[in-house]
Design a protein around this ligand. Sequence first.
Ligand SMILES: Nc1nc2c(c(=O)[nH]1)N[C@H]1C(S)=C(S)[C@@H](COP(=O)(O)O)O[C@H]1N2
Ligand SMILES: [Mo]
Length: 240
Amino acid sequence: MEEFATPRQQISRRRLLQLSGMSSLGLLLTSCGTSLFSETVGTITEPLNLKVGELLLKPQTPIPEFPLSAIQPKALLVNTYDLTPEIDPVAFRLTIDGEVNQPIQLSMTDIYKLPLTSMVIRHVCVEGWAAIVQWGGVRLRDLLNLAQPKSQARYAYFQSADNYYESWDIASVLHPQTLLAYQKNGQPLSVDNGAPLRLASPIKLGYKQSKWVTRITLASNLNSRKGYWVDQGYEWFAGL
Ligand SMILES: Nc1nc2c(c(=O)[nH]1)N[C@H]1C(S)=C(S)[C@@H](COP(=O)(O)O)O[C@H]1N2
Ligand SMILES: [Mo]
């Protein structure tokens, strides 16, 4: 009982892993095994081949959401690979640059003015746990639209304040349920969960959902730094 009440949730997570009998090594091997396959598939199938303009016009299939009653408030474990960064939300600016016509910097005040979307989805971590969570925030596509993406943009890089980094395919970036979230379960997002802004999407595994996002850079190609975990052997596409 006490273990679940302590803020040191990493301990309970390890216990959960033991209890569930899932070894992260096994999952790691699974991820590595599928990585080549997914990356190959990614180059030949829709919607990965679609350009920004086409994706913005083409409605993508929404993932079914859960009712509010399905939220599991204690199931989302804090999973941070290193130190938790301290960000002053007043001084904070989100930068959007790269393959855009209008690079921009947005304050949280700017971001709160954009339409708020909320969704109840399942968060899945490859380490063997999952949680049904409600995320509230802005659609990433609405944010990127402000910067006028160029048609050659095919990927987005996400830089985080803790030096975590990720890259996503543009179709997943522009998916209507891909949010930059500032609320969790109806409350302001906590620092541990990624305040002021984190990625939240029902179409990607947990490690793709960068917390403390400070910069989004659109790109026409991927470089050799694809993601903090991806560069250690985890699958890049990591779709759910
Ligand atoms: N910046 C940053 N983002 C991150 C991570 C991290 O260590 N740093 N961990 C990832 C992993 S593996 C998971 S499962 C989720 C966990 O989100 P939570 O801590 O809000 O539950 O954040 C992801 N985003
Ligand atoms: Mo994770």
